[in-house]
Design a protein around this ligand. Structure first.
Ligand SMILES: [Zn+2]
Length: 414
């Protein structure tokens, strides 16, 4: 009988949280001419003197946006007239939010030869390979050029002899998978106790790259396999927002989804000082801070056994997963329209939205797991959820993952 836990349900959300990293991007170096041109007018301000403005006529250069700098300020330093700057800002409006400008973004500019208070061309290169080009023939028009991403699949088979994190980095694989995988397999594997060295870890993932090879966005894990002694644990995920299904020795044991995406874990299970009532009180679940209206999803398949308001919890949904396991979602701003007592839900189905109902200090999702009526720590305690059935799509992903990572009879025999 495969052993499984609801622990992963909460941890999936943790893993999701860890995924919100900034995208690194390479920057072209400004040309020497650019520095010279920018420096020559750096302290001139917007009231650039006529002779110097004339000296700028026809000049080209690159300016790297510095901390706290705006496009308007850069253009002002170059001696561009206020009404032209306003027109440029308006042209940007349709294609790019200038509030998103970041240090390191690069402006390529050319001052008009005939009128040094105007531009002949302007191009902005921002992170993620996006470029905005302005044309000055007649009225000013902006054109946004998004880079063509190349999606590529990678796979690795690692032998653990230290931490999973180090093993991933040694193969130039995303280090964040260490957080994801430990979390996703927490129901089956205690990494501190069960990993002794020599275990194999196989992974398949997809990543997007810019034409210059820079990785953009977050890598997407589609298959992972951990072999510990005679036991083989595998997980497959068709896309990051979908439930992840876990297999133990080839049998589907659980499908789970994070209760919320992109949220921050703001309070854990156990005794704590109550944010509203004060004093030490038992916290019967875990909290995720997120804006009001953020979708809340069922973490596993089950049947809705309660929708309504409960004192302290506010607007609440309870889902029965069988085997005495109930998950509770509280402080909601709304419950999904079609959801009623008795409704069947699948892992990942939206059941409501984050709110601030009940006793709260701010908008958050309170996620609770109860076994036989007793709240347990979703990140620690073992509970038995419903048995899971793998779909043909899940099995196809499993087979693909196995084929890519050389899963053979030796693995099957342990
Ligand atoms: Zn709570």
């Amino acid at each position: 009988m495969p052993r499984s836990q609801f622990a992963i349900l909460a941890l999936v959300a943790l893993a999701t949280t860890a995924a919100n990293a900034e995208i690194p991007a390479t920057r072209p170096m400004p040309s020497p001419l650019a520095d010279m041109a920018a420096d020559s007018v750096a302290d001139a301000g917007s009231s650039i003197a006529e002779p110097r403005a004339a000296a700028m006529a026809g000049l080209t250069g690159d300016t790297v946006i510095e901390h706290g700098e705006s496009l308007d300020r850069v253009l002002s330093r170059l001696g561009i007239r206020p009404e032209v700057r306003a027109e440029i800002a308006m042209a940007f409006e349709d294609v790019y939010d200038l509030g998103d400008l970041r240090p390191g973004d690069v402006l390529n500019w050319k001052i008009s030869r005939e009128d040094p208070g105007r531009l002949a061309s302007l191009r902005l290169q921002v992170s993620g390979g996006v470029e905005i080009e302005l044309s000055f023939a007649g009225g000013i028009e902006a054109n946004r050029i998004d880079p063509t991403m190349i999606t590529r699949e990678r796979n690795e088979v690692l032998v653990l002899d230290g931490t999973l994190y180090d093993a991933l980095l040694a193969r130039n694989a995303p280090g964040r998978f260490a957080v994801d995988l430990v979390a996703l397999m927490a129901g089956q594997v205690d990494f501190r106790r069960d990993i002794k060295g020599g275990e194999t870890f196989a992974l398949v993932w997809q990543e997007d790259a810019l034409p210059d090879g820079t990785i953009a966005g977050e890598p997407r894990l589609s298959y992972a396999r951990l072999t510990i002694g005679e036991n083989i644990y595998e997980l497959v995920s068709s896309d990051p927002a979908s439930p992840i299904i876990l297999f133990e020795n080839g049998t589907a044991v659980q499908r789970s989804a994070p209760p919320i995406m992109g949220a921050r874990l703001s309070s854990v299970f156990g005794n704590r000082k109550h944010p509203v009532l004060g004093g030490q009180r038992m916290h019967t679940g875990i909290d995720f801070a997120a804006p009001i209206g953020t979708p809340v999803n069922a973490t596993g398949a089950g049947r809705v056994v309660f929708t309504g308001s409960i004192r302290g919890y506010g607007t609440t949904v309870d889902i029965d997963h069988g085997g005495g396991v109930i998950t509770r979602y509280a402080h909601l701003s709304k419950i999904s329209d079609a959801l009623r007592k008795g409704s069947r839900v699948s892992a990942g189905d939206q059941i409501g939205a984050v709110g601030a109902t009940g006793l709260v200090s701010g908008p958050n999702l309170h996620y609770e797991v109860r076994v036989d009526g007793r709240p347990v720590d979703p990140m620690q305690d073992e509970v038995m959820p419903e048995q899971e059935t793998a779909s043909p799509a899940d099995l196809a992903l499993l087979e693909t993952g196995r084929a890519r990572t050389g899963f053979d009879q030796a693995d099957r025999d342990g």
